[in-house]
Design a protein around this ligand. Sequence first.
Ligand code: SF4
Length: 589
Amino acid sequence: MALSPPETTNPGSFSNDQKEYLQGFMAGVIASGQYAYVGTNAAGQLTGAPGAAVTGNLAAPSEENVFGTPLGDLSKPERWKHEQNGLDVWEKLVAHANADKFPDEADTFRFKFHGLFYVAPAQDSFMMRLRIPAGEISSHQLRGIAGLVDEIGNGGADITTRANLQMREMKPRSIVRALTRVQELGLTARGSGADNIRNVTATPTSGFDRDELIDVRPYAHGLHHYILNHRDLYGLPRKFNIAFDSGGSISAAVDTNDIGFFAVRVTEQTLAQTPAPGPQTLSPGIYFRCEVGGITGHKDFARDTGLLLKPSELVPVAAAMVRVFREHGDRTDRKKARLKYLLEKWGGFPKFLEETQKKLAFPLVYAPRGCAEPRKPVLKHGHLGVFKQSQAGLNYVGIGVPVGRMNAKQMRRLADLADHYGTGEIRLTVWQSLIIPNVSDAFAATLARAANSLGFFTEAHTSAGCVIACTGSKGCKYAAADTKGHARATMAHLRKRDPFLDQAVNIHFTGCNHSCAQHYCGDIGAIATKLTDGREGYHVVLGGGMDQEQGIAREIFRGVAADEMPALIEKVLVTYRSRCTAGETFVQW
Ligand code: SF4
């Protein structure tokens, strides 16, 4: 059947990648007939287009149960979701803004569907989290956010570990203004909290990485917009993370996600060595492996499903998998509600993939890993510093932002730098840093110096380059310690004492077992705890990593007082330096 993009789009305005992914939409996100808006009728004609309203039989929650779970067995947030969909509280938002009033517990949860987090008692105010697919933000948008936080926030914003932005200390009276201002900038906060799909991430150097196999931004943006336009992809059993990796020198940390796609190259040679099994035939080209079930806070990475997907199949497969999770995930116990536990309940991947297949109009193809070239090694700190782009004469400059925190003045200045030395493009990274691309050879060093003079850094360094921290007790009620403050103190101490390692290590401070800073993936990780004497402290884990250094860090020290952390970490680094063999990484040590 010949397929074409929907009439509402102008094919000429899309890149080839984007056209291919739109074809994927058309080719059959859903075959079962449940989701008629992207199916085909008996004559093979499209019955809907991306972005159309949900009109099919969605097996929606009934009066008696939610996807088979009796109402009486639902967890508290599930009951709130059943009583009122968090997407439908706009009038309540307006009413709370008009009355300058904070919401009750149930609406506090529902407001997170709009990216608004009432964070009492840590702060008697709202935090607002955006969605920035692929971490791609323009200078105009960053300047707009700077204006917004100056007027109705605390004058700053944080880069998160999902390459996203959060703004804090907004009063109820400001929330509607904040949401509309964000939308006027071409951004959104819809679904960035509660039980929804988090910011869709992608390799931050997509489109200019000299080693990338494919630019993955079209798929991250495509999925982002697909989610925004499909209500049934909200209100999942729990939050959900999806990432796309270009197969280049910088990773997207896909193995830490519920679903991770990474690009691989299939060649005549790999197919000769490892032919595709069964009747299926594979042509040489770029495909994606698909990993699922990552949740590092629960000490698990995503694992290979055996799937080998065409680029055009990524968005449909992601949507189908999310829908399987939506219908079958646990809605009684929040601790068991992530995808990992559904996979465990089903005894592994086969049933999950079988259910996924039922929602697709094309057959899933399985192939051994050997059918494709192995992924190139990742350049661990290739997001910091000046690097050549695939475009001759151009460079990207990776800029470290200490614990991800920027004030409005710094944001405006960064926007100016991106305009003056680049093309106004900025990429946020999952390492709480950012990248300014498209800087000519003549100006790359100048831009790096300007960034350094703003209080940022452009070098992966033992003491500074790789410290990340979650929000911590200054802004999150779950935190047992001031993670950002303690991370900063550690950076300052190490900078002064400089343990002179020949490689930078990643140090992750996280405030509670939600593990937003992914402490189990750090070379050194710290998870906050309250000491018996009431002081703030940390349990310290060592030897974690991701990608080719994948490993869950092991706990080595328990209950270290926060003010002793800088000296302890220095000692760990000095010991490592004196005992590691040449080239031995922290995870191997
Ligand atoms: Fe809050 Fe815990 Fe996440 Fe830190 S890890 S931001 S304390 S929920």
